[in-house]
Design a protein around this ligand. Structure first.
Ligand code: NAG
Ligand code: NAG
Length: 406
């Protein structure tokens, strides 16, 4: 029963697409009822290997369709069209605390999808697969322009959608880990939003000025968007995750310069000193440091200091009541995802339950369960794009780009 002799066909469509685009994996021309394993392998830019795999049984015509057939074992179970991406995890023996993040948005994330005979769980790299396909997943659609911005001492990158514009703008902030992280802004640009990824915690700024950034830093970043000839200055949003949400809320409410049209905050808090600098906020959070504790795996739980997990009812109720008291309930949309973790990323990114944080040797627990988290990422991203379109575009046709259709 050499499956190979039947000229097995493995296809992934599209084999080149945006990271938030679904693909369809089909196996054809195998023996009816044969046991097969489909394996995904990714070599990350930081030199680590990530894999996912699932067990399938070919149907009576010798076919497996990952979008319709259930996985019977492996890193996910059941019918999961995108399971081979969202269940990626470091290969056995990898360093602890890894998180999969795209560094260079000008290259694709490459994933090798391979087909193996039998229901296997290990030793994939020591075997010759029956068939393999390399899939490219892009954050940056063709025609997106990447422009590093260093004016006014900013550490930022502007990602402009393809075409002449004018485009709505998004000021894009990550959390307390710092660094210039571009991939989500690149994906927003691929969907028609001119996005400025801004690093506000980088040590370089600290060294140059001797202190952390102040509110003018964010206002300057806002002006880069507002004054850009290809951006509609009156249609700018902020999008933040974690600490970036806190910053976004401050800017939106208190800045006299920034006229933010809407704000998307992912897993954030609004408990902070109002007039303070970044340094003041961090000092405020540090006052709660005594509340930090560790779980049995020695992972740091910092929600008691500064990171309420998205399911924390205290956060939701407080924000909701605050808006009610101000008569602004109609302006607030709350999405709640029970069992999702803190790090809600674009869809099909693997769930990171815990990871090394700020280069320290301590592994921070972000929480969440893989399946619920993956569903949350898919739903939240779709609703985020719809929310941005509704509030920023209001009647203007969005410039949506899809690689597979080019
Ligand atoms: C096997 O799956 C393929 C693709 O989903 C389908 O077209 C075909 O009808 C199936 N065969 C049987 C016998 O169910
Ligand atoms: C696989 O399933 C998807 C989703 O149902 C469907 O669109 C596609 O046509 C199927 N492909 C084949 C070859 O059966």
């Amino acid at each position: 029963m050499d499956v190979k002799q039947r000229c097995v066909r493995l296809s992934v469509k599209p084999s080149r697409g945006l990271v938030d685009e679904k693909f369809i994996i089909v196996v054809q021309n195998v023996f009816p009822g044969s046991y097969l394993t489909i394996h995904a392998l990714h070599q990350s830019e930081d030199g680590n290997s990530w894999e996912a795999f699932a067990h399938y049984t070919a149907n009576a015509t010798g076919t497996v369709n990952v979008s319709e057939d259930p996985s019977l074992g492996g890193t996910y179970l059941g019918v999961e069209p995108m399971g081979l991406l969202w269940s990626l995890r470091p290969v056995p023996g990898s360093k602890p605390g890894l998180r999969l993040r795209k560094i260079n948005v000008q290259t694709p994330m490459e994933v090798t999808i391979s087909l193996y005979q039998g229901h296997q769980t290990e030793g994939f790299l020591d075997q010759v697969p029956l068939a393999s396909v390399v899939v490219e997943r892009w954050y940056m659609a063709p025609g997106v322009h990447r422009i590093p911005i260093t004016d006014y001492g900013l550490s930022a990158v502007l990602l402009l959608p393809p075409g002449p514009g004018p485009f709505p703008g998004v000021l894009e902030l990550w959390g307390g880990g710092g660094k210039l992280v571009e991939y989500r802004a690149a994906l927003l640009a691929s969907h028609g939003f001119a996005s400025l990824a801004l690093d506000y915690l980088t040590p370089k700024i600290t060294m140059e000025t001797g202190k952390m950034v102040d509110k003018e830093y964010f206002e300057k970043a806002y002006k880069v968007l507002e004054q850009h000839p290809q951006i509609i200055g009156s249609r700018i949003a902020m999008l933040g995750i974690s600490f970036g949400t806190s910053i976004g809320l401050r800017c939106a409410v208190y800045s006299k310069v920034m006229k933010v049209r809407c704000l998307v905050g992912i897993g954030g808090i609004h408990e902070q000193p109002l007039d303070g600098t970044i340094a003041d906020i961090l000092a405020h959070h540090r006052k709660n440091a005594a509340n930090i504790h560790y779980n049995e795996a020695n992972e740091l739980i910092c929600r008691d200091m500064m990171l309420p997990i998205t399911t924390d009812p205290a956060f939701k109720v407080e924000m909701k009541e605050m808006m009610e008291r101000a008569g602004n309930s109609h302006l607030l949309t709350i999405l709640s995802y029970p069992n999702a973790g803190h790090l809600i990323e674009p869809p099909y990114m693997p769930h990171t339950r815990s990871s090394l944080y700020r280069g320290k040797r301590i592994i921070t627990l972000w929480g969440g369960e893989m399946v619920a988290h993956s569903r949350a990422q898919e739903d939240a991203w779709r609703k985020t794009l719809a929310f941005l379109r509704e509030n920023l575009l209001g009647g203007i046709k969005p410039a949506v780009t899809s690689l597979s259709r080019l």
